[in-house]
Design a protein around this ligand. Structure first.
Ligand SMILES: NC(=O)c1ccc[n+]([C@@H]2O[C@H](COP(=O)([O-])OP(=O)(O)OC[C@H]3O[C@@H](n4cnc5c(N)ncnc54)[C@H](O)[C@@H]3O)[C@@H](O)[C@H]2O)c1
Length: 354
């Protein structure tokens, strides 16, 4: 991994900085000395990692809609960012079934607006578009996706992210193919876990809510397998890709970002690990609520990431759950969650060096 000191004094723009991943990325880069501007709607949950950890003090915090091209362009012109991380999105599968138009407007036109602003702003040198492992055509076969497989997500969320990928590919070919053009990558990450995710309809936040209320953890699809990893794993990969392509264009590419295949777990297994780690007799209960289609199998082949970036996972899935429980315990006991967030970032970076 490129040294994070690369970011010292660099002007970075993060869209979606008030969200779960965006919060971790903002904390990581601002602690490395980057000058971070964040552009997002208000935090998507209450409570939120962003507010609990007072991350507003670490970034130049701008509330704005990614669908508002004029406002976004004004921010680009004023802040003159060099490095862009695009995370702003409607990221929940079930919400996308209820609100497909909002999902496509945010995730597809949001990407178009962002890339138009890149075109209109000379300062930009490196862009990373954060999509998802759900971008692939998934026939529920038990095989790992490689980056060259067809992009055709099933539900509106997954499909909007496939479209976001395709928009990015077209912009690269049409507008950013010159040697001195901004370097652009996409990163297709798996499900992430970590302290401070309060989203509804996600497994680990459901576990924390159940633990808080001393209730059973209800699992909808216990057999669904997902590549779960700690949020700091993809977030440090994002930082690495953006830094490397800033200096060397050959790193601009499309990357799967996921755990070792041995860390691909079913939802039921993950919830059991969580319950064991939490203690206090916490238990799971399977209750299928007949919800909309969600893929049963999802595995990523991350050979490209390993080969090109020399990437290795730092925390396996058990470790990731442990850190999530540690942060969530501090939260439930009304402790200093900001301190715990930055302590875990330090710990992750130091474990990575070992
Ligand atoms: N959490 C995961 O497991 C996971 C897995 C793969 C990919 N991703 C991707 O990572 C990114 C971040 O996900 P997250 O889990 O942090 O989600 P999140 O819901 O916590 O955060 C989403 C962020 O986007 C912002 N946002 C939403 N609509 C917006 C709009 N119209 N204009 C401006 N900002 C808007 C929100 O305010 C928030 O800051 C998303 O692009 C998501 O698709 C997440």
């Amino acid at each position: 991994m490129k040294e994070l000191s690369f970011y010292k004094g660099k002007k970075v723009l993060i869209t979606g900085h008030t969200g779960f991943k965006g919060g971790y990325l903002s904390a990581l880069l601002s602690s490395a000395g980057a000058l971070v501007t964040g552009y997002s709607l208000e935090p998507p949950t209450d409570p939120s990692l962003f507010e609990l950890c007072k991350l507003e003090s670490d970034v130049d915090h701008i509330i704005g809609d990614i669908r508002d091209y004029e406002k976004l362009l004004k921010v680009f012109k004023e802040k003159k960012p060099e490095i862009i991380f695009h995370l702003a999105a409607q990221p929940i599968v079930r919400t996308s079934y209820r609100e497909p138009r909002l999902t496509y407007e945010t995730n597809v036109m949001g990407t178009v607006n962002l890339l138009e602003c890149v075109r209109e702003t000379d300062s930009v040198r490196s862009v990373l578009n954060v999509t998802t492992d759900k971008v692939y055509l998934n026939n529920d076969e038990d095989k790992a996706f490689t980056e060259d497989m067809p992009l055709d997500g099933y539900d509106p969320y997954s499909n909007s992210k496939s479209c976001s990928e395709l928009v990015t590919h077209s912009y690269i070919k049409s507008f950013f193919s010159d040697a001195d053009a901004p370097r652009i990558s996409t990163a297709r990450a798996g499900n992430v876990i970590g302290g401070g995710d309060f989203a509804s309809d996600r497994l680990i936040p459901d576990c924390v809510r159940a633990a808080e209320r001393c209730e059973k953890v209800i699992i909808r699809n216990p057999a669904s397998t997902r590549p779960f990893q700690h949020v700091l794993e993809p977030v440090t990969v994002y930082a690495d890709i953006a830094a490397r392509q800033y200096d060397e264009p050959e790193y601009a590419d499309f990357y799967n970002v996921g755990p070792e295949l041995s860390d691909v777990k079913s939802a039921g297994e993950l919830a059991e690990i969580f319950c064991r780690e939490w203690g206090d007799g916490l238990e799971t209960e399977v209750r299928n609520d007949g919800g909309p289609h969600e893929a049963s199998f999802l595995k990523l082949d991350c050979a490209k990431l390993k080969k090109k970036l020399g990437w290795k996972s730092v925390w396996n899935v058990e470790e990731a759950v442990k850190k999530t429980v540690q942060w969530s315990r501090v939260y439930v006991e009304k402790g200093d969650v900001r301190k715990e967030l930055f302590r875990q970032i330090e710990e992750y970076l130091s474990d990575g060096k070992e």
